[in-house]
Ligand binder design. Structure first.
Ligand code: C2E
Ligand code: CA
Ligand code: CA
Length: 640
């Protein structure tokens, strides 16, 4: 700190921060209120008592004395009253002009000092002490605080003036000079001390306030984007929705998902990713003015806004996304939910909007989806699935059904595919289409799959014990199983427990979950194969990977997706494609199985073009183990 700064500091003429300035103002206004009230009362009392003694006492003061004294009391009374009123208006926040208030305070102080000087001067002439001047300086400098420079100037000024007046009328004694100086210095020191204390209080408070602000900001807003975080959003939304004059159905919750943001992050790094998110959040703020905006997770934002021109606004955001010069195409999916009443909690509303958003993820041409009744039922089902999965496993609501796989050449049984079924007491029959995706989303799928493995092993063991002939069963596994479990080990343990041979099961992996550069999965599948398990590629042709997957992974058999048969009767092309796929598989040394065979015509064609294995309703729907055994027993299914 330079010398000038030190001097400024001592004199108290350094610049205040806004907080410190306000702190001083607040504290001075409050003190002024008390001081001016006291002065008002004091002066009123002085005026009344003077008049009383004049008329009822026997003091017999001269007219001049009366006029000058009453005038000074009156002046002081008026200035104190003005200060009192102004301070009161400030405290009540009726007026906010601080400069005006300061001027009034200054005038009041100068009048007080002049009053002190004048009365004490008169007292001095009568040989009395300068008590009034002392009182007035204490009132002016010790109750409210001044910057030290003001204190020094005003105090020394008034004491010097007082001294000159007195000295000129009647030379002062040495003792008077000393007394006067000591009193002045003491009051000055007290004034400076009071100032320093207030300043340090203000600064301490300011630091606390700043720390509080930072903590508050951290707790309510998201670090990356600066908009609200989930928790804060929840509170704000709740508050808004529960205002008396708010009609919930005028509002809408929007859940935003930015497609391909992960790729952007990977390619351009986190820094760029964060910059993008911040810009996106800012843009949401521009489009959805006066709305509550929050960043929920990576590329997910939520907005609670008035339900006005939503589609137009979303179009603007989509347009904005296309303006970025990244060589990654960013897309947008938006789910919406309109709250019907005040009872809908914000997080539930966001869940609904998110659900709507997720429901269109698969459809590249859809951007916006609003949560409706149909979705509501699916949503409830989903919640039910998540909440009741444990119970369903425990209470065996989940069952394993089996669908026969036949040899095309003979039409007789080659094997079975194990398929999960959920017979729910509340929702009735739930098909895998209802629950597989949800279990995957919530990372519960490995528990279902291991449950199915265990049931299949138990059923095979039972069948063996009954002396039945065993045919292999294929098991469906999710890509996620490989992340959640040491799958190879878990399967091996289960087989060992029930004394089942590896050849008695097949492992099915869906094509859509495979990607060319998934080295981990590649290694795991290789290891499965090298341990002697047959590996089947499920739903071939349903995803995008298709031929590339065949190049990168080794499979024993490919299951051709049933969509190839979907308009088999009318579309000659699908026959051609089937033929080619089957030939290609043969060239690559793999067997083929076509799923979804429903008609004799399809069967005849597939057999003709050399597809080895078939599965479909023509042969049998998935059935329970008991039904399967009954069909074996009555000869409607025959093992090859
Ligand atoms: P997927 O593995 O492709 O299973 C074949 C699906 O096609 C089964 O549906 C079956 O009922 C159906 N299907 C079979 N033949 C025909 C037919 O001729 N016509 C028609 N229209 N459909 C036929 P499901 O049982 O509903 O299973 C659906 C999907 O759920 C399965 O497809 C499989 O990917 C998955 N899944 C089923 N159980 C499990 C399981 O335990 N674990 C895992 N990870 N996935 C499972
Ligand atoms: Ca399958
Ligand atoms: Ca399939």
């Amino acid at each position: 700190m330079g010398k000038i700064d030190s001097i400024k500091k001592i004199l108290g003429i350094e610049r205040y921060t806004k907080y410190t300035g306000d702190y001083f103002d607040r504290s001075n206004i409050r003190s002024s209120l008390y001081v001016s009230s006291v002065v008002v009362l004091l002066e009123l009392w002085m005026i009344i008592s003077t008049l009383f003694f004049q008329f009822f006492g026997n003091l017999n003061r001269s007219k001049i004395w009366l006029i000058t004294h009453l005038t000074s009391y009156g002046l002081l009374l008026i200035s104190a009253l003005t200060l009192l009123i102004y301070s009161l208006l400030h405290v009540k926040k009726i007026i906010k002009r601080k400069k005006e208030w300061f001027a009034i305070r200054l005038v009041f102080s100068i009048i007080s000092l002049c009053f002190g000087i004048y009365i004490s001067y008169l007292d001095y002439l009568k040989g009395e002490q300068f008590i009034t001047l002392m009182t007035m300086t204490i009132i002016v400098f010790c109750f409210t605080v001044w910057r030290p420079l003001y204190s020094i100037l005003l105090l020394t000024g008034s004491y010097t003036l007082f001294f000159i007046l007195c000295h000129n009328s009647m030379p002062t004694t040495y003792a008077t000079k000393v007394n006067l100086t000591i009193v002045m210095i003491i009051i000055l020191l007290s004034a400076i001390n009071a100032y320093r204390q207030k300043l340090s209080e203000a600064q301490k408070d300011e630091r606390l306030e700043q720390a509080h602000d930072i903590l508050l900001k951290l707790s309510i807003s998201d670090e990356v984007t600066g908009v609200a975080n989930m928790n804060y959003f929840r509170g704000q939304a709740f508050e808004l929705m529960n205002k008396a004059d708010v009609i919930p159905s005028d509002f809408i919750y929007l859940y935003f998902d930015i497609e391909n943001f992960k790729m952007l992050n990977q390619k351009y790094g986190f820094w760029e990713g964060n910059t993008f998110l911040k810009e996106f959040a800012d843009f949401l703020g521009v489009i959805f003015e006066n709305s509550i905006i929050a960043h929920f997770s990576n590329d997910n934002f939520v907005v609670l806004t008035k339900d006005e021109k939503i589609k137009d606004k979303i179009m603007q955001i989509c347009k904005k996304l296309t303006e970025y010069k990244y060589d990654i195409k960013l897309g947008l999916k938006v789910g919406a939910y309109k709250p019907e009443n005040k009872e809908v909690l914000p997080l539930m509303a966001c869940d609904h909007a998110r659900y709507a958003c997720n429901s269109i993820k698969k459809y590249y041409n859809l951007t916006y989806c609003i949560y409706d009744k149909d979705m509501s039922l699916r949503f409830q089902k989903k919640q039910h699935i998540i909440n009741n999965f444990d119970q369903a496993i425990k209470n065996e609501y989940i069952k394993v059904y089996y669908q026969p796989v036949v040899n095309a050449s003979t039409g007789k049984l080659f094997g079975l595919e194990a398929l999960a079924r959920w017979q729910d007491p509340q929702f009735g029959f739930l098909s895998p289409a209802d629950f597989i995706e949800t279990l995957e989303e919530y990372h519960l799928i490995h528990r279902l799959d291991m449950f199915v493995v265990e049931r299949v092993c138990r059923d095979i063991k039972d069948a063996k014990q009954k002396g039945r002939k065993i045919i292999p069963t294929s098991l469906n596994f999710s890509r996620l199983d490989f992340d959640s479990l040491n799958l190879a080990q878990e399967v091996a343990d289960c087989l060992e427990k029930y004394n089942i041979d590896k050849t008695e099961i097949h492992i099915e992996i869906t094509e859509s979950t495979l990607s060319e550069d998934d080295e981990k999965l590649k290694a795991e599948l290789k290891s499965f194969r090298s341990h002697g398990y047959a590996l089947w590629l499920d739903d071939f042709g349903s995803g995008y990977s298709g031929l590339n997957v065949l190049k990168e992974y080794d499979f024993d058999l490919i299951k051709i997706d049933m969509k190839f048969l979907s308009n088999f009767e009318v579309n000659q092309k699908s026959r051609q494609i089937l033929k080619n796929v089957i030939n290609l598989a043969k060239d690559l040394g793999m067997q083929t199985l076509t799923e979804g065979v429903e008609t004799q015509e399809q069967y005849d064609f597939l057999r003709e073009i050399g597809c080895e294995k078939l599965q479909g309703y023509l042969f049998s729907k998935p059935i329970s183990r008991a039904d399967f055994e009954a069909k074996l027993d009555d000869g409607s299914l025959v093992i090859d």
